[in-house]
Design a protein around this ligand. Structure first.
Ligand code: UDX
Length: 445
């Protein structure tokens, strides 16, 4: 089948590469010419395991092509995916400018039936706006051409997106007629094997499903972070509580790890956008507001612990930071807890020596050269002369470090573990002052 994907960012590229991988002909469109010329050379602008090989292989086979020519994109595919960004605007609502500009282009250039598919995470009601936009442009052109609009939200986790696309747990499509539903079912056939994963529903429900899924997961995390904060105060161990509640199959183990809060391009933005949508429709969502507020405070909880440890004064201290990406296996630092932590440390007069396996360049791009930030090539280098280590992202490589080196390099053996990756008893035996999230305070000096 012939597929056009507008937007060659994270979602668009993964979607395009995966559809090509199963034999479709895919044309990826982006108005950023520089990005397109790099993609044509097989240079991928983002870090996503497996994506580069998939793009190169499918481009070589001729199934995956790139263009910055929007008209060419509209002429190409029966399926027209909109996978452009929806950044939050000033009040946290999703900004639909890019989505509607693609809709306008489709209306402007189409001369035959097209299925327009919203892949970007968009507020409830956006499919109607897309339809209205296309209709108004067709009216301007004084033509009448049949088209359908579909909502097909993505559920891709950064770092595991190829797997999520190729072996989805569910394929959600919002449609308003049986013909489109069957066309979408056929398109997703290669990913819908072994048992039925295709869930068709009305368009608004599909739009809301995406937000509900992310808001539920964010809620689990904020809830667990609150339990961790309570555990610290009452002298309980959140790790034991996590095992205790996760074993209840109604609750389950995933997404109840306490830590320094959630980040990334989806949870923070989507929780806010859903809260704004609810408000717009006259509903005050106290849960969503609380989820966001708890997450904000949680990002700074490690700094609170540092301040307490250093008797209220972080001025002149140097803190080693392990992990800058919002989670392992990505270089994405959008809404990353590391940023709040680093910026809070700076505002209190501390310096930072940081390491991340892949996000160093991203950190350099965000912060540039500064006297109070050193970005280093090896985790041990961050420790030299630092007053404490803070673990902010749970990369595998941090799990079993050389604790002797750590002790000899740090000016005092203090660890603030924002991801609970070390064993408190072992840390005590090794002679560290060890702080973590919500675990028994016996090792905390
Ligand atoms: C998420 C959703 O999982 C995906 O389905 C959606 O389409 C986009 O948003 P992603 O942002 O890539 O994907 O990250 P995810 O792996 O879900 O983690 C989100 C954040 O939650 C991370 O900052 C992570 O550290 C944090 N997290 C996750 C916790 O703090 N505790 C947990 O138990 C799980």
């Amino acid at each position: 089948m012939k597929i056009t994907i507008f937007g060659s960012g994270y979602v668009g590229l993964v979607t395009g590469a995966c559809f090509a991988e199963v034999g479709n002909d895919v044309l990826c469109v982006d108005i950023d010419e520089e990005k397109i010329s790099r993609l044509k050379k097989g240079e991928i602008p983002i870090y996503e395991p497996g994506l580069e090989d998939m793009v190169i292989e499918n481009s070589r086979e001729g199934r995956l092509k790139f263009t910055s020519d929007v008209a060419e994109g509209v002429a190409y595919g029966l399926f027209q995916f909109i996978a452009v960004g929806t950044p939050p605007d000033e009040d946290g609502s999703a900004d639909l400018r890019h989505v509607l500009s693609v809709a306008e282009s489709i209306g402007r250039h189409m001369d035959d039936y097209r299925i327009i598919i919203d892949k970007s995470t968009v507020p409830v009601g956006t499919a109607d706006l897309v339809r209205d936009k296309v209709l108004s442009v067709l009216a301007e052109r004084n033509v009448s051409i049949d088209f359908d609009v579909v909502s097909n939200p993505e559920f891709l986790k950064e770092g595991d997106a190829i797997n999520d696309f190729m072996k989805p747990e569910r394929i959600v499509v919002g449609v308003d007629n049986p013909r489109t539903k069957e066309l979408l079912r056929t398109l997703y056939g290669p990913f819908n094997r072994s048992h039925e994963r295709f869930i068709a529903m009305d368009i608004r429900s599909a739009e809301l499903t995406k937000y509900a899924a992310n808001a539920m997961l964010a809620t689990k995390i904020s809830f667990m972070n609150e339990i961790a904060n309570i555990a610290e105060r009452v002298g309980a161990d959140v790790e034991a509580v996590r095992r205790g509640i996760g074993s209840d199959s109604r609750i389950g183990f995933p997404f109840i790890y306490p830590g320094v809060g959630y980040g990334g391009s989806c949870f923070p933005k989507d929780v806010q956008a859903l809260e704004r949508t609810a408000r717009k429709f006259g509903y005050d969502s106290r849960i969503l507001q609380a989820v966001e507020a708890v997450n904000h405070d949680q990002k700074l909880s490690l700094v609170d612990k540092m301040r307490d440890h250093f008797k209220g004064d972080l001025k002149g201290k140097t803190i080693a930071i392990w992990g800058l990406a919002f989670k392992p296996n990505t270089d994405d630092m959008r809404e990353a807890p590391s940023r709040e932590i680093i910026e809070a440390l700076w505002s209190e007069g501390a310096k930072v020596r940081a390491y991340d396996p892949v996000a160093i360049d991203e950190a350099r791009r965000i912060y540039g050269e500064r006297d109070d930030l050193e970005l280093l090539e090896h985790p041990d280098e961050t420790l030299k002369g630092a007053d404490a280590l803070a673990v902010v992202t749970e990369w595998m490589v941090f799990r079993s470090p050389d604790f002797d080196v750590m002790k000899s390099e740090l000016t005092s053996p203090v660890i603030f573990d924002g991801r609970n990756i070390y064993n408190p008893d072992m840390m005590e035996q090794l002679g560290f002052t060890y702080y973590s999230i919500g675990r028994l305070p016996r090792c905390n000096a």
